[in-house]
Design a protein around this ligand. Structure first.
Ligand code: IPM
Ligand code: MG
Length: 349
């Protein structure tokens, strides 16, 4: 029997609740589809940071590297500054394992009503550059506390980094029905990095004559997502632009509680990481009402990445059956809790 080793990192807040639900559903799926998942859970969290001074213990990444995939919940806590938690846990994994392609599908699942006129036709994939750009961490602060204090936050765009994400985006677009890719940019104002970003896009485009393209400034993209949602198929955007657009996309598709993501190392030199994009959500932590759908959807992406497409499709069908029957948590206007949605998905499996 095939088996896969999965590192689960529930992290903070509702991450713990949704990852527990995800592991339960994945185990049920594996049993039916005749493969095994060996989960090992890591307590890397803000609680651990406050207790020991580190999110990731000594040698942690070396150990994590040996797994087939990483199933991640959320990081962020009210008593730790957000930049400490992000740079303490999530970014060392994304950047350390060269998970440069962040894939964020958005679709209005059956039974869910988009708040947008014509929104039921939303079927997008946002591809986010995940290793550099505005999240490169390059910069610093000097003259702290003085009137002449300076802080710089430098966006870094490298030819290697830009080329590989555009190539990835073209490959993904080519595999979709519409074969249409939108380049999101801000090269009017950001005249160095973003101009390189655009130039390389059109260099790479030459090798994909079957993919139609267009180019939109990021500010205009927000209005296009609202006013002409049907004109969008696949989107490639920088780290920060895609971060912002993907929250808008999630809200338009019904709720942040359903949006999944894959942090991929396409060359498979390192394990890839799968997570819901909602974050730790302190306001509802411990109430048992977190929406586990985003985690189940990301679990389906993980299973597909591991090479089990039939099982991945089966899980997706079970999710859709559950949303169709409107077994919804409060974020989708329902009265059900995490337990009920988890049971419904297991039943549908
Ligand atoms: C995301 C999240 C993160 C990000 C947060 C948690 C820092 O919003 O994955 O989209 O900005 O990358
Ligand atoms: Mg975000």
């Amino acid at each position: 029997m095939k088996s896969y080793r999965i590192a689960s990192i529930p992290g903070d807040g509702i991450g713990k609740e949704v990852i527990a639900a995800g592991v339960e559903v994945l185990n049920a799926l594996a049993e039916q589809e005749n493969f095994r998942l060996d989960f090992e859970s890591f307590d890397w969290s803000s609680e651990r940071y406050l207790r020991t001074g580190a999110y990731i213990p000594e040698g942690g990444l070396e150990k994590l590297k040996t797994f087939d995939a990483i199933f991640f919940g959320a990081v962020g806590a009210p008593d730790v500054p957000d930049h400490i938690s992000l740079w303490g846990l999530r970014l060392p994994i994304c950047q350390g394992f060269d998970q440069y392609a962040n894939v964020r599908p958005t679709r209005v699942l059956p039974g869910i009503k988009s708040k947008l006129e014509g929104g039921d036709r939303i079927d997008w994939v946002i591809i986010r550059e995940n290793s550099e750009g505005e999240y490169s961490g390059s910069g610093g602060r000097v003259h702290r506390g003085l009137p002449e204090e300076i802080a710089t936050e430098t966006s870094v765009f490298t030819r290697v980094g830009v080329e590989r994400i555009h190539r990835f985006a073209f490959e993904l677009s080519r595999g979709r029905r519409r074969k249409h890719l939108t380049l999101v940019t801000k090269s009017n104002a950001q005249r160095h990095g973003m101009v390189l970003w655009d130039e390389i896009f059109y260099e790479v485009a030459k090798k994909y004559p079957d993919v139609q393209t267009d180019r939109v400034l990021v500010d205009a993209m927000t209005t296009r997502m609202i006013l002409k949602p049907e004109s969008i198929d696949t989107v490639v955007a920088s780290n920060l632009h895609a971060d912002i657009l993907s929250d808008l996309a999630a809200a338009l598709s019904g709720s942040l509680g359903i949006a999944p993501t894959a942090n991929l190392n396409p060359e498979r030199k390192f394990p890839s990481m799968f997570e819901p994009i909602h974050g730790s959500a302190f306001d509802i932590t411990g109430k048992g009402i977190a929406n586990p759908i985003a985690t189940f959807w990301t679990a389906s992406m993980m299973i597909e990445h591991l090479g089990e497409p039939t099982a991945a499709a089966r899980l997706m069908k079970a999710i859709e059956r559950t949303t169709e029957e409107q077994v919804f948590t409060p974020d989708l206007g329902g009265v059900h809790d995490t337990r009920a949605v988890t049971n419904a998905v297991k039943q549908a499996l």
